[in-house]
Design a protein around this ligand. Structure first.
Ligand code: PMP
Length: 397
């Protein structure tokens, strides 16, 4: 059968994720992959997970092997609520929705807010997984540059003001304010407050994607944008993927009750609910108070790798690049001062056994300001290879 005759216009026009393609190369033996965004398997709490699994399977197998409510298991919602209150986010049980990864969270946001052609503002650069979702909903995507303090809020307001004058403001602003993927930058407190003012002034939703904030290696804790939100303009997403393990596919969202209600309806058509078993295991892990000691173990583990990356980048590239040291998360972002396209060097790097992601993968179009940049991740690479990989890249460029 010629399947091309039957595929929808939507899927035919959707390009595959460039990072997923690169990840295939990085699976080859001996390749140093600075490309992926995966957490290190060394950090997975395997023994604790086994204990929690035994406990929930022993106590309530009937419940956790059964279908469960779309919004999530009440014990997990309650645990997420306590976690959020500790971080300064005020919320009730019905402000929370458990999702099958934040990737599904983004899909739900788009499903309930977007009509084809609606405009969405993203950071430039931004997370390609979200660009993929936005494209699949036929959003008109506008990028606003990020500097060392996060998204440029003045430019952001200029764009929104201009759209407001024309009578059609963007549906939402999508931001990863803390240890951003891919730039590693963190939005300053001042700019967080300013974004809330913009949201109120123009009545625009802010989608705050926050999977990395608990992985802080230096600097002071900074409150989420959501914690400044008194009036329900912010849809907040967080995930257990980076602080627990991604294979469980459990994440959460916090938003106004009206928004949560609509997302529950949307989620019913996707997967009915997130795995009851996996939710119960995580709820048990949190109930036993294991998250804190787990983070106390994994933060120093990642900090050491992050320090090696920053030190090696500075030693090897010196003043040939623009570079901000990340205070947490998995990524650092290098912008070469030379006018070259890092995409053209990827095969040379692969020949020499190193993979990175070219900057152009992180924008909605072929933005020229991203061409001379690249994203490096230190999370899964061993310490020697981080050094070796960066040294090779420095020679190539
Ligand atoms: N948002 C960002 C910024 C991410 O980096 C990722 C994972 N790479 C996701 C969302 C998706 O996470 P999850 O595993 O929760 O679907």
């Amino acid at each position: 059968m010629d399947y091309n005759k039957i595929f929808s216009d939507g899927i035919v026009s959707l390009p595959p994720s460039p990072i997923r393609e690169l990840l295939k190369v990085s699976q080859r033996p001996g390749v140093i992959s600075l490309a992926g965004g995966n957490p290190s398997p060394d950090t997975f709490p395997v023994e604790d997970l086994k204990i929690c699994f035994e406990k929930v399977m022993g106590e309530k197998p009937q419940k956790i092997l059964q279908y469960s409510p779309t919004e999530g298991l009440s014990e997990l919602i309650e645990a997420v609520r306590s976690l959020s209150l500790e971080d300064g986010i005020k919320c009730e049980m019905d402000n929370i929705l458990i999702t099958t990864g934040s990737q599904q969270g983004m899909d739900l946001v788009c499903k309930i807010l977007l009509n084809p052609g609606d405009e969405v503002i993203v950071e430039l650069p931004t997370y390609p997984g979200s660009l993929h979702t936005l494209r699949s909903y036929k959003a008109k995507i506008t990028g606003v540059p990020v500097d060392e303090k996060g998204i440029n809020v003045n430019l952001l307001e200029d764009i929104i003001r201009e759209r407001a004058m024309k009578g059609k403001i963007p549906k939402f602003i999508y931001t990863i304010p803390t240890f951003q993927n891919p730039s590693g930058t963190t939005l300053s407190e001042e700019r967080r407050k300013y974004i809330i003012q913009i949201a109120k002034k123009y009545e625009i939703i802010v989608v705050e994607d926050d999977p990395y904030s608990k992985l802080r290696y230096s600097g002071k804790f900074i409150k989420s944008i959501k914690s400044y939100d008194e009036e329900g303009f912010v849809i907040y997403m967080n995930s257990f993927s980076k602080i627990f393990c991604p294979g469980v596919r459990v994440a959460w969202m916090i938003a106004d009750k009206e928004i949560i209600k609509k997302m529950i309806i949307a989620k019913q058509g996707m997967d009915l609910h997130t795995s009851s078993l996996n939710q119960a295991i995580i709820a048990e892990f949190l109930k036993q108070g294991k998250l804190k000691s787990h983070l106390d173990r994994i933060v120093p583990y990642y900090r050491e790798k992050c320090d090696i990356m920053v030190k090696t980048v500075n030693e090897c590239f010196g003043n040939r690049i623009i570079f901000t040291s990340p205070e947490g998360g998995f990524f650092s972002w290098i912008t070469l001062k030379q006018d070259i396209d890092t995409k053209e060097f990827i095969y040379k790097a692969i020949e020499r056994g190193v993979v990175y992601v070219p900057g152009s993968s992180f924008g909605p179009g072929e933005e020229k300001e991203l061409k001379s940049s690249l994203r490096l991740s230190f999370a899964t690479v061993n310490k020697n290879d981080i050094k070796k990989g960066i040294e090779i890249l420095s020679e190539i460029f």
